[in-house]
Ligand binder design. Structure first.
Ligand code: KG4
Ligand code: ZN
Length: 401
């Protein structure tokens, strides 16, 4: 099924961003609207599920209207609505799904369910496809070979082998779809969660990733040598990664380094300075990382830099180990933590040494957005893979085999 316009309205509400976007044929973003709930959850230092659902309910209709207006289209021009099915917070997902279902029912248009993790991968594919088209090259789907995708965000740290495969026999590329094989994951916290918890522990703002990213260059990353056992996954449960041999499993673990950070702050009696920083930032209207810099002493900055270096190095080592083990022809890094500057620099350097192409999303598409959902929906639209009437939220939805 393919229409002349190929306009998909994407809706994303899996966590703390209410987002809507209009994307043409999976490559051209006509609008990408995100209403952030940071201010709502900030005082709690993490996402409060009930508040997230309430905010989605409040914001979704205005966000969709804005997305349509900015794209210069009306409901009637849309060919299908794509919505995040999971994984995510059940109540938050339900708001988006219920809205999308009602909309498609009223408009008589198809509904497409999208896995949030596939959306993150498509944030990269979408921009690449656009580049290829702009350069007059082949379509995105013509790309051959396997990609190793690291999806690294506040809720997820996964490694996937992604491949664009031919569709049913006799069909052209237009019915081809992406397939995914999960080859690695975290056994405890997600990397972004570690950034968020460590930032909270040090009296910094929420979400913690951008704060640590901004403060880390001011510290010495060699100052606090976290041992590799503090970030090494100790659990190797058999059979958890499908058909892989146990030797092929790749696990991450980020709870040990968080505990090590807590212990460090106690050993060096940093509690009172942390509390003073927390109070000083709480007294400011809309504080930024730059406001925190003069409130951080050398030891704190060194600790922040060392933490970031350890996490980035662990992600880098295991990602490239997986790429090598599975013979991937390129590496994709996506999700909120892919916005991290040190991560981009260090991954890019290693990819260069290995002569492996590497791709990141633009910063705007690294964190949660609906353009990635609309883009991931395009191959499903083309192949007529529409959601069943009984579509509901799948908080633990997995991607691939
Ligand atoms: O993809 P995302 O918006 O939501 C999830 O699907 O979880 O990712 C949000 C996560 C948060 O943990 C946030 O701290 C982290 O991404 N993050 C960063 C940066 N920007 C956002 N982590 C490190 N460095 C950044 N610059
Ligand atoms: Zn996400």
């Amino acid at each position: 099924m393919e229409s002349a316009s190929g306009l998909i309205l994407g809706i994303e509400s899996s966590c703390d961003e209410t987002a809507a976007a209009v994307v043409r044929r999976g490559t051209e973003i006509l609008s990408n609207t995100v209403a952030s709930q940071i201010a709502v959850h900030s005082p709690y230092g993490g996402v409060v599920p009930e508040l997230a659902s309430r905010e989605h309910l409040r914001n979704l209709l205005p966000v969709v209207r804005t997305a349509l207006r900015e794209a210069g289209v009306t409901y009637r021009d849309i060919d299908a609505v794509a919505v995040t099915e999971g994984p995510g917070l059940a109540g938050a997902l339900l708001v988006g799904i219920t809205f999308a279902k009602s909309l498609t029912l009223a408009l008589g248009k198809p509904l497409i369910a999208v896995n949030h993790l596939e959306g993150h991968i498509h944030a990269v594919l979408l921009e690449e496809a656009k580049l290829t088209e702009d350069e007059g090259g082949s379509r995105a789907g013509d790309r051959k070979g396997q990609s190793l995708a690291l999806v690294v965000s506040g809720g997820h740290t996964h490694l996937y082998l992604a491949e664009f495969g031919a569709g049913p026999k006799g069909s052209g590329n237009d019915t081809a779809t992406w397939t995914y094989r999960n080859v690695g994951r975290t056994v405890d916290d997600a990397a972004g969660e570690a950034f968020d918890k460590v930032a909270k522990l040090l009296g910094l703002g929420y979400p913690g990733g951008p704060w640590i990213d901004a403060l880390a260059p001011h510290g010495n990353s060699e100052a606090v040598p976290f041992s590799s056992s503090q970030i090494k996954a100790k659990v190797h449960r058999k059979g958890e990664l499908g058909a892989l041999n146990p030797a092929e499993k790749i696990y991450f673990s980020f709870s040990g380094i968080k505990t090590a950070m807590l212990r460090y702050t106690k050993v060096y009696e940093m509690e009172s300075s942390i509390e003073a920083r927390r109070l000083a930032l709480a007294a400011m209207k809309n504080p930024k990382a730059a406001d925190a810099l003069p409130l951080c002493d050398r030891r704190t900055l060194d600790l922040i830099a060392s933490f970031q270096r350890s996490v980035v190095d662990d992600l880098r080592r295991k990602t490239f180990r997986a790429a090598e083990r599975f013979g991937a022809e390129r590496v994709i890094v996506s999700g909120g933590v892919a916005a991290n500057r040190e991560l981009r620099v260090r991954f890019t350097a290693e990819a260069g040494e290995r002569h492996l192409p590497i791709a990141f999303p633009s910063i705007a598409l690294a964190t949660d957005n609906a353009a990635m959902i609309a883009a991931a929906a395009w191959p499903k639209f083309v192949t007529g893979s529409f959601a069943a009437e009984g579509l509901t939220a799948e908080p633990s939805l997995a991607l691939g085999s």
